[in-house]
Design a protein around this ligand. Structure first.
Ligand SMILES: [Fe+2]
Ligand SMILES: [Fe+2]
Length: 171
């Protein structure tokens, strides 16, 4: 999805790019929750907003997780002390937890109606809560850790893999 007026961090700075993607993920999660809250009064618009946000998370959101799990974490882990390595492994576990709730949310969204709106909203709020803590710790701890441990060549290799995963930055 192209964000009009949005400024994408370039892929030449992969860590900044990952942080910029966090803001976009947060926006979509907020939309998913809001759509559940207002579904009764405006179901057509809510369904469209849900579809758009799920499409973003299924494409850009999935690539973001791949960027971390396949490009960033494997380069970072061998350089970390046991405590920091456990921290990064816990982030991977949170990805799995988020994936499970996302699957549940997607199924509820496919059949959203007045009858199951509360279940949908509960799942959307749980997913938002998981990501809220996850993203906050990635921004405050993972990003500085990676910036301190990875050299220019490693960051360039990560950027190259991220570029290969997509046609446009954070598209
Ligand atoms: Fe993550
Ligand atoms: Fe992330």
């Amino acid at each position: 999805m192209i964000e009009i007026g949005g400024k994408a961090a370039g892929l030449d700075k992969p860590l900044e790019h990952l942080t910029a993607c966090h803001r976009r993920i947060e926006q979509r999660l907020a939309t998913l929750v809001r759509a559940g809250e207002v579904f009764e009064s405006n179901p057509t618009e809510a369904r469209q907003a849900i579809a758009n946000s799920l499409a973003f998370l299924e494409s850009s959101g999935v690539r973001h997780t791949q960027d971390e799990e396949a490009s960033l974490f494997p380069r970072l882990l061998p350089k970390l002390n046991p405590e920091d390595a456990a921290f990064v492994e816990a982030l991977e576990a949170e990805h799995k937890e988020a994936d499970a709730v996302f699957t549940e949310l997607r199924e509820l969204a496919a059949n959203i109606s007045s009858g199951n709106r509360e279940r949908y909203l509960d799942a959307a709020q749980r997913l938002q809560a998981i990501y809220s803590g996850h993203i906050a710790i990635e921004d405050s701890r993972l990003n500085p850790l990676a910036a301190g441990k990875l050299d220019t060549a490693e960051l360039a290799a990560i950027a190259e893999e991220m570029r290969a995963r997509r046609g446009l930055p954070c598209s």
